[in-house]
Design a protein around this ligand. Sequence first.
Ligand SMILES: *Cc1c(COP(=O)(O)O)cnc(C)c1O
Ligand SMILES: [Zn+2]
Length: 427
Amino acid sequence: MAVQTVASTTDSTVDLGPAAALSCRECGHRVPLGPVFACEECFGPLEIAYDFSAYDTEELRKRIEAGPANIWRYAPLLPVPADVATKPNINPGWTKLVKADNLARELGVTGGLYVKDDSGNPTHSFKDRVVAQAVEAARAFGYTTLSCSSTGNLAGAVGAAAARAGFRSCVFIPHDLEQGKVVMAAIYGGELVGIEGNYDDVNRFCSELIGDSAGEGWGFVNVNLRPYYAEGSKTLAYEICEQLGWEIPDQLVIPIASGSQLTKIDKGLQELIKLGLVEDKPYKIFGAQAEGCSPVSVAYKEGHDVVRPQKPNTIAKSLAIGNPADGPYVLDVARRTGGAVEDVTDEQVVDAIKLLARTEGIFAETAGGVTVGVTKKLIENGLIDPAKSVVVLNTGDGLKTLDAVAGTGLTATIRPNLESFREAGLA
Ligand SMILES: *Cc1c(COP(=O)(O)O)cnc(C)c1O
Ligand SMILES: [Zn+2]
């Protein structure tokens, strides 16, 4: 079998824009940019360290505002080459920030309620943002195959990105996902493999594959390219603030699967403050889980720093990670910002999907139901202040999780005449 060449981990010549090095989140140990994800000193997770020292605040703001209506307007703040927007990719981002006044009335929010609707991305979930970063890292490190362990949405995002950018893709999912997710992952022509097990089994399998010759030359977007991948979630923070007129909202409610998105939105907000693009002000970050997979919520409520793994059992399959890699960091962010982590039952998830649809005309997948449901609960608990602004994330499209709202359908079936219409009580 031919072994593909991959740039060595000490190759400092890769051009990933302002990304300067990888730095350990636990001990701060720095290594050159490369396809590595764990610290050689302490096994802690690595993340990107940047050099933003050359930026002038007002020049940077003008450059962003003049940029394309997608995530690449923020290329100067991402681990990508400066000419990224000219390369073949699916250009995610710059999704709508919907002022949700009807939902606000229903929930009693007077300080301004917004839904950041990421169902508007090319493959209908927020995952296009993170995959776009991983693709650039894969190009820089010479990979030819893209892969991932996925709860569904990631597999579709990798398939589409690989198709456009000219990579082979081979992705892994639990075998029993929703049909909408399976079709979305398969349609782009890559290889899709169902694993007999849950996401945590899929993830373990992928870790084994990386260490084996069978996975040689493969870029796993959420494993060996994870430090790069994760940075894509910062674009949600940037967009929300820019769409609010360069202002940080008072409160944000974010769903948790591995917890990466939540922690990187916080990182994005901190960067905007340091760069002077927004005024420094306190904000609270709230995490949302389904009760049937609530390891972070349970740890939060019990006051623990460690997250005890669970065996997931919920309709919110895109969030069904029982052993979330970023769980402890989510606890840090929620506690540091004065937020919280909460969970809702599957029944509340379905109610929340319907509530959002009937008030705002937005059809969310189960993950969006989790977030809206948790928002409602946190307002009732008094943990979210309804007199202050709230941004709620809808991270995926309801068309992918139709089973969750099965039974929603025809009001009546009638014969094609007025009499029948009247009989049905519709006149
Ligand atoms: C993956 C995913 C998330 C959150 O992912 P993290 O692993 O926590 O970054 C949220 N919503 C949807 C719909 C997803 O697919
Ligand atoms: Zn370390």
